[in-house]
Design a protein around this ligand. Structure first.
Ligand code: FDA
Length: 303
C-alpha cells in the first residue's frame, strides 16, 4: 500500500490541517491512540494503564518548533505533566523530543530547557528518555545526551536499528537505559539501511548486544510479535533477569499483545502521547500501517 502511505505522510505535513485540528479536540478516532489533550485527561489514562500492570512513558505531542516562545510553552507543559505525575503518584517516565524544546533554534537555549526538565524529573525520581528524531538532528541530539549523561543518572535515549551507526552506539551506551527501535523516519541510503529485512536483522542484533554487553536496561520498543518472541527466547537462553529489560509499545496498538506480555510476567511500558498537536502523529501512525484506518471508519460510523 505504498500509495496510501504517501497520502497519509502528505496529510501529516499539511500545515492548515495541523493548525485546524489543534482547536478541535481529538477527532476521527485519534482518542484510540492519543492519551488526551490535557494533562488531567492523560493522568486518568496513565492510572488506567498502571492498574493493568503497565508503566507509562508520556510524550507531549509536537516537534520541530521554530519559535522560542513556543519552545518555552512546550517545556512548561512538560513541567506541568512531570509535577502532575509526582503529585498523583503514578508510574510514568518522560519521553522528550529535543526539537520541541529548542534544538533547532539554539543549542544553549535547548540545554537550558532540558536542564529545567531534568531537574524537575530528578526531584520526582523520574526517568527521562530523549527520543531520537531524524538523522539531520542526530549529532546535536547525541551532543545534548552526552552532556546530560555526565550530570544525571535518570537519563536515557533511543537507538534506531536502521542507522549504520547504531551498533557503535549500543556499545557506547551499553551501561545505560536505552530504548531500541527500528526507526521511523525516511533516511538516505548513505546513512541508513533501506530494506525491511535488513532493518529487522539489525534490530535483533542490537537487542541481543544491549541485553548482554553491559549493565544497562533494554527497552525493546516494537509491535513486531516475531521479534518479541525471538527476544524472549534469547532472554530465556541467557538467563537475563526481568529487571534488565522491558517491552514498549505505543498507546492503543496491539492491546491484546500488551496484556498477554503482562500476564506472562514481563514488564510492559506504554508510550502515551498527549496534547493538542495530535494530528501529524495520528496521520503518521496511519501511514505506517494503513490497516489502522479502521480506527477512523469506526469513529465515523459511530458518530
Ligand atoms: P513494524 O511496523 O516493522 O511491523 C512488523 C510486523 O509487526 C508487521 O508486519 C505486523 O505483522 C506486526 N504489527 C506491527 N504493528 C501492528 C499492529 N498495530 N497490529 C498488528 N500487527 C502489527 N522511532 C524513532 O525513530 N524514534 C523514536 O524515538 C521512537 N520511539 C518509539 C517508542 C516506542 C514505544 C515505539 C513502539 C516505537 C518508537 N519508534 C521510534 C517507532 C519505531 O521506530 C517504528 O517505526 C515503529 O515501532 C514501527 O515498527 P515496529 O517495530 O513496531 O513494527
Amino acid at each position: 500500500m505504498p500509495l496510501l502511505r504517501d497520502v497519509f505522510i502528505k496529510l501529516s505535513e499539511n500545515q492548515v490541517l495541523n493548525d485546524a485540528t489543534k482547536k478541535m479536540g481529538l477527532k476521527f478516532g485519534a482518542n484510540k491512540v492519543v492519551g488526551g489533550i490535557s494533562v488531567d485527561d492523560t493522568i486518568e489514562r496513565i492510572k488506567d494503564l498502571n492498574s493493568q500492570g503497565m508503566s507509562v512513558s508520556f510524550d507531549n505531542l509536537g516537534e520541530f518548533v521554530t519559535r522560542r516562545s513556543d519552545a518555552i510553552h512546550e517545556k512548561d507543559i512538560i513541567l506541568n505533566m512531570i509535577n502532575a505525575i509526582g503529585e498523583n503518584g503514578v508510574d510514568a517516565s518522560a519521553s522528550i523530543k529535543l526539537s520541541q524544546i529548542g534544538l533547532n533554534i539554539d543549542y544553549d537555549f535547548c540545554i537550558e530547557n532540558i536542564t529545567e526538565i531534568m531537574d524537575a524529573a530528578k526531584k520526582h525520581n523520574m526517568f527521562v528518555n530523549i527520543d531520537m528524531e531524524n538523522y539531520a538532528s542526530y549529532e546535536d541530539t547525541v551532543r545534548v545526551i552526552d552532556h546530560l549523561m555526565e550530570r544525571y543518572d535518570n537519563i536515557g535515549t533511543v537507538l534506531q536499528s536502521y542507522l549504520f551507526d547504531a551498533k557503535n552506539d549500543v556499545y557506547k551506551y551499553k551501561d545505560r537505559r536505552i530504548r531500541l527501535v527500528k526507526g521511523a523516519y525516511k533516511e538516505a541510503p548513505a546513512v541508513a539501511l533501506q530494506e525491511k529485512e535488513d532493518i529487522d536483522k539489525a534490530f535483533e542484533l542490537l537487542i541481543r548486544l544491549h541485553l548482554t554487553k553491559g549493565d544497562g536496561f533494554t527497552s525493546i520498543a516494537t509491535h513486531d510479535h516475531n521479534i518479541i518472541e525471538k527476544s524472549i527466547e534469547f532472554i530465556k537462553e541467557n538467563d537475563i533477569p526481568n529487571d534488565r529489560f522491558e517491552f514498549q509499545m505505543l498507546f492503543g496498538f496491539r492491546k491484546e499483545l500488551q496484556k498477554e506480555l503482562v500476564e506472562r510476567g514481563y514488564n510492559v511500558c506504554i508510550y502515551i502521547p498527549f496534547g493538542n498537536d495530535w494530528y501529524a502523529y495520528f496521520m503518521r501512525r496511519l501511514a505506517e500501517r494503513p490497516q489502522n484506518i479502521n480506527l477512523i471508519v469506526k469513529s465515523v460510523t459511530k458518530d
